[in-house]
Design a protein around this ligand. Structure first.
Ligand code: 13P
Ligand code: SF4
Length: 352
């Protein structure tokens, strides 16, 4: 990266000292990760955001829903900055507050809302988190989805899982031992979600029809191709991948779990990793010296375009603005939304 920008980022961070805390999600570019005070998956970052009450500014290098969660979980005196406001998440955008309210009406008409607990993936807007909190549900991430579902089924008979159908299905089937028939998919673009009241009454898991545009592109062919190309390869994927991909993989887990698995892997082993490309490249470089071969599961899959919007020029602009006393791109959730979204996030943080 541009040495001039690197020097400017370093100088701005030094000038701000402890007043700024920079968080970096594992999917961020190397040039951005270089300036992160902590890196992590979305669960770790949610906890870390609250752990620095003395920092006036939290610069969140990640996507919009993560910055919203950081704002919800930190004190009102702390201001959260997202270096590029266009860094959204296509999956989070697949569930709007209006659509989810309509879905709840459909469940109410089918007579199942009273026994349904909403569980929303971290990758959702603050509005969806607030809906979840209002209706007695919890948030989950890919590292605690199983515990979240265990808890939800101790509270009710059914779960409405938003917005990632794949994480919901994979967790229900792999971790809770449900059958695929226990799951139905609610399509917000069809009347009644495209389901009959009877289907809703029979289902245990009502999955929202959302997916990640990056992880959704790994296919069974990707797995077959890499196994043919690299004999003995271990296939390690994120649970946002489709069920058939997860079923064909050797290991499944959140970004933090993927990193720990590769750290513990023996020298001489080969791994094909199905998650965002920035992280896979960084891990391939890091472990090459230890004689661990790490390849991307499918070479035709691209970076997460919104994660990549946070680049060094945007980070430098955000930091230098703070040095000048200007808070740019502040992410601030309104008080009413925050109250209920926080309830749902706190239920997640209290999961056993
Ligand atoms: P985790 O950080 O929870 O593994 O989630 C991955 C992701 O897609 C974040 O956008
Ligand atoms: Fe959203 Fe997928 Fe990008 Fe994560 S990787 S931010 S879920 S689009």
């Amino acid at each position: 990266s541009d040495p001039g920008l690197v020097a400017r980022a370093r100088a701005a961070k030094e000038a701000l000292g402890d007043r700024v805390f920079v968080l970096g999600h594992h999917y961020q570019r190397d040039e951005v990760i270089a300036f992160a005070d902590v890196t992590g998956d979305s669960f770790k970052l949610a906890k870390d955001a609250a752990a620095r009450p003395q920092a006036e500014y939290i610069v969140f290098c990640g996507v919009h829903f993560m910055a919203e969660s950081a704002d919800i979980l930190t004190a009102d005196t702390q201001q959260v900055v997202l270096p590029d406001l266009a860094a959204g998440c296509s999956m989070a955008d697949m569930a709007t507050a209006e659509q989810v309210a309509e879905c709840w009406d459909v469940l109410t008409e089918a007579g199942v809302a009273g026994t349904t607990v909403p569980v929303s993936y971290m990758n959702s807007s603050a509005d969806i988190k607030a809906f979840t909190g209002r209706h007695g549900g919890t948030i989950c991430t890919s590292s605690n989805a199983r515990r979240a579902l265990d808890w939800a089924f101790s509270q009710g008979e059914k779960v409405l899982f938003l917005p990632d159908q794949h994480l919901g299905r994979n967790t229900a089937v792999r971790d809770l031992g449900m059958s695929l028939d226990d799951c139905v998919v609610y399509n917000p673009h069809k009347p009644g979600g495209g389901l009959t009241p009877q289907q809703l009454r029979d289902a245990k898991m009502i999955l929202w029809r959302g997916h990640c545009s990056v992880h959704g592109r790994f296919s069974l062919d990707s797995v077959d191709e890499v196994r043919a190309r690299i004999p003995g390869v271990n296939v390690l994927v994120h649970p946002e991948c489709k069920h058939e991909v997860v079923a064909a993989a050797d290991h499944v887990g959140s970004t933090e779990h993927i990193i720990k698995t590769l750290e513990a892997a023996p020298a001489g082993s080969s791994w094909a990793v199905g998650t965002e490309l920035n992280l896979v490249r960084r891990l391939a470089n890091r472990f090459a010296e230890q004689d661990k071969q790490i390849v991307f599961l499918d070479r035709t899959v691209c970076f997460c375009s919104t994660m990549n919007r946070i680049d060094l020029p945007h980070l430098v602009w955000a930091l230098e603005s703070l040095v000048d006393g200007r808070v740019v791109n502040r992410i601030q959730v309104d008080a009413e939304t925050e109250k209920y979204a926080k309830l749902a996030l706190e239920r997640m943080l209290a999961l056993p």
